[in-house]
Every structure is written in structure tokens, then in C-alpha cells.
Write a protein that binds this ligand. Structure first.
Ligand SMILES: *Cc1c(COP(=O)(O)O)cnc(C)c1O
Length: 408
């Protein structure tokens, strides 16, 4: 009934976890916006690293240390190429999006003055709100919020009116993890640059579905986490334009990030090491590189086409259910569906689905301001990846219908 350009049986064979049972039922994993599953090529890359190469990097003269350094730096290069950054040293390997944003927000403490303004959006993950609130407390800068509209998009007229010569940093996600809506970041970047403000884009939810081009976007900072793109947890990226990374002070002090240390004065290492204090997650970096290679072997055009099919199929089926409301049901979105059913608590729906082996997320999705806007405690969120199938959509919808009839 549904055709796809992806060879799904072959792809699913790459993911051992997709073949296990949960509560006696074949697992249907629809929580990809929280974390994606890991293919064998990534698991093998990490395991091979520990079996054959494990050593500390950038320090030893011995062969293993050199090889480990080469593998880690090759991963950085793969990430640079994938996101089309101008230089490999503009890719800082962090523990993930949260770390990346804290690094930047912390750095701006020395660049802001009282009365400066920052702009955030109402659609952000807490990771792109709280570090900036902490910055505002320290600097007395003012935080302005781009409001959202009933359909889950940003009020761009309000944004345009908010940007002025006092605006110093604008931080918005590329794709909302709670709703799946794609934000107009090209416009936001141009408008912010017109007043000399820096822009940080939280790309954690965009990078599983599309390839953002750092040079074409002309963005100042862009962040993501490997575990959202089939990579391991505990590793991620901060892309920063060279000029900005030079302006920001180091985030953490320690080994690796120094040039010379004396008790009188310490000088810092050059980029990217200035921001990579201590022994990094070397195996994670290797796994991150392998994940990028894996995603590209499938191809983002094919991924997008298949995920769009799943999104439309699921949206159509869900819309037929009485009393079901989808939040952020706009044309420009990725395969994330956030919904509620009148009179039912999202947690109850999620619990019953879990009994049927269907993994969805329920709650506020680290986006309490969005839930407050809709005046709801949370939503049920089904988020799809390229390895999900139309049969899984069918089973999810019939499971949901069953859960609703049990709760009503
Ligand atoms: C997952 C996610 C984060 C947080 O990522 P961590 O890996 O937990 O640091 C931040 N923003 C968005 C949009 C996300 O989807």
C-alpha cells in the first residue's frame, strides 16, 4: 500500500534493539525526539575503539595515543564536512546540546553590559532557556521572549519589533522538540545580524531530519547532540564561527585547554582545544563520526521523504479520532506529533501504550512554557525516525484507539 525509497528491512536489521520485545509485544519505538536508536556500525566503532585503540589523545608519543588522536580528529573532520563549517577547529566536541549552550551563555557573561537585551523564543527546550536566565542574573541583561501563536509557530511580527541596537544575542531552536515545527531561522539570523547581534541555533531536533549548512545559514553558533542522530549519548557539538570562538573566554579550565601554565599567568590553547578541557569522550566522538557516516549512507533526501510519508499517514489517521487535538499541526514540520485526547491525561495514554510495546513520550517535553501557553499539563508525543514503518503507524493508531476506549 505504501511505497518507500528506503530498504526498511535492511535498515531495521542494522538496529538490534528494534527486534526486542517490550511487555511481551514487538517494540514500536516512537520516542526518537528524546533519543534515537543506535545502529551496529556505531556500536562497532565504539567497541573497536576500546578493543584496539584506547589511549588518551593529544598527549602521548606512543602509537596508540597517536591513533586515538587521529580517530578523534577524523570524527571532527566528518562533522565539519557534514555541516559544511569553514574550519574543523570551529567544531567543538562537547557532551551535548546542553553543554554547548551553557558554554556559549557562560562566555557571554564577559561580553554583556547592564541593559543589553537577549531574545529567546516561547518554543524553547529548557536547555535553551535556563543557561541564559542564569546569564541575565549575572549581567543584568534583559531577556525578551518571542511569543508563540495558537498553531505552534513563532510570532515573527513580534520578533521583528523586538530586535534593536541593544539586542546582543538571539537563541532559538531550529525545530521544536515538543511540536516538531520548523522555525524560520534564516529570517531570524538575517534580522539579528542587521543589528550586530549573535545568533545561537539549538539544532538538536533538526539534525536527525535535515542537514543544516553552517556557511549558507551564516549562523554564529549551532548545537546538536549525537544521540539524536543515531550516535551515542554524552557527546555533541558546538559549531561556532571562528571570530566568535576567539572572542569568547574558555568555559572550563584544566588540561588540554592550555598553552603554558605558571602560577603567574596561564595562556590558552588554540581552537578547538581552548574549549575542550580535560580528557574528552573519545569513544563517543568516534561513535558520533560513525553515526554521521551511517545517516549519510542512507541519505537525507530519502530520510526526509520517508519520514514525511509517515508523518502524513499518522496525522491523517489520528485526525479521524474523535476529541484528538494535534498541537503545531502546520505544513512546515518534521515527523513529530504532539497531541491530547479530550478528557484524558497524557500519562494514562502513554502507560497503556507501553503495555502494548509502544514507546511514546508524555509530559512537558522539557518545554513547560509551551504547555502553559496551551494550559495543559503535557501532551502525548509520537516522534518518528527513518527506521519506522507504516505498519508501526497502523499499530500505534489502533493501540491508541484501544487505550482511549479503555479510559473512557
Ligand atoms: C534533546 C534536545 C535538547 C537537549 O539535548 P541534550 O542531549 O539533553 O543536551 C535541547 N534542545 C532540543 C530542541 C532537543 O531536542
Amino acid at each position: 500500500m505504501y511505497s518507500t525509497t528506503l530498504h526498511l528491512e535492511k535498515i531495521r536489521a542494522d538496529f538490534p534493539i528494534l527486534h526486542r520485545k517490550v511487555n511481551g509485544q514487538a517494540l514500536i519505538y516512537l520516542d526518537n525526539a528524546a533519543t534515537s536508536q543506535t545502529p551496529l556500525s556505531v556500536i562497532d566503532a565504539i567497541s573497536d575503539y576500546y578493543k584496539n585503540t584506547n589511549a588518551n589523545i593529544h598527549r602521548g608519543v606512543h602509537a596508540l595515543s597517536q591513533e586515538a588522536t587521529d580517530l578523534f580528529e577524523a570524527a571532527r573532520k566528518k562533522i565539519q564536512t557534514h555541516f559544511n563549517a569553514t574550519h574543523a577547529h570551529e567544531i567543538i566536541l562537547t557532551s551535548g546540546t546542553t553543554h554547548s549552550i551553557n558554554l556559549v551563555a557562560n562566555g557571554f557573561a564577559s561580553l554583556l553590559n547592564e541593559g543589553d537585551e537577549l531574545i529567546v523564543s516561547a518554543l524553547e527546550h529548557h536547555a535553551n532557556i535556563v543557561p541564559w536566565q542564569m546569564l541575565c542574573e549575572r549581567t543584568k541583561a534583559k531577556l525578551n521572549v518571542i511569543p508563540m501563536t495558537e498553531n505552534g509557530t513563532l510570532d515573527m511580527e513580534a520578533f521583528d519589533a523586538m530586535v534593536n541596537s541593544k539586542t546582543k544575542v538571539v537563541f532559538v531552536n531550529h525545530v521544536s522538540n515538543a511540536l516538531g515545527v520548523i522555525n524560520p531561522i534564516e529570517h531570524i539570523i538575517k534580522k539579528a545580524h542587521a543589528v550586530g547581534a549573535a545568533v545561537l541555533i539549538d539544532g538538536a531536533q533538526a539534525t536527525p531530519h535535515l542537514i543544516p549548512d553552517m556557511q549558507a545559514l551564516d549562523v554564529d553558533f549551532y548545537t546538536t547532540s549525537a544521540h539524536k542522530i543515531c550516535g551515542p549519548t554524552g557527546i555533541g557539538m558546538l559549531y561556532g564561527k571562528e571570530e566568535w570562538l576567539r572572542k569568547l573566554p574558555p568555559y572550563q579550565g584544566g588540561g588540554e585547554m592550555i598553552d603554558q601554565v605558571t602560577f603567574e599567568k596561564t595562556t590558552y590553547a588554540d581552537l578547538p582545544h581552548k574549549f575542550e578541557a580535560g580528557t574528552p569522550n573519545i569513544a563517543g566522538g568516534v561513535g558520533f563520526g560513525a553515526a554521521i557516516a551511517y545517516m549519510n549512507s542512507i541519505g537525507f533526501d530519502a530520510i526526509k521523504a520517508h519520514e514525511n510519508d509517515l508523518l502524513h499517514h499518522a496525522t491523517k489517521k489520528l485526525s479521524e479520532i474523535e476529541g484528538l487535538r494535534i498541537y503545531g499541526n502546520v505544513p512546515n514540520k518534521v515527523a513529530v506529533i504532539s497531541f491530547n485526547v479530550t478528557g484524558l491525561h497524557p500519562y494514562d495514554i502513554g502507560t497503556l501504550l507501553d503495555k502494548m510495546g509502544i514507546a511514546v513520550r508524555t509530559g512537558h517535553h522539557c518545554c513547560q512554557p509551551i504547555m502553559d501557553f496551551y494550559q495543559i499539563p503535557g501532551t502525548v508525543r509520537a516522534s518518528f525516525a527513518f527506521y519506522n514503518t507504516h505498519e508501526e503507524v497502523e499499530r500505534f493508531v489502533s493501540g491508541l484507539e484501544k487505550a482511549i476506549s479503555m479510559l473512557r
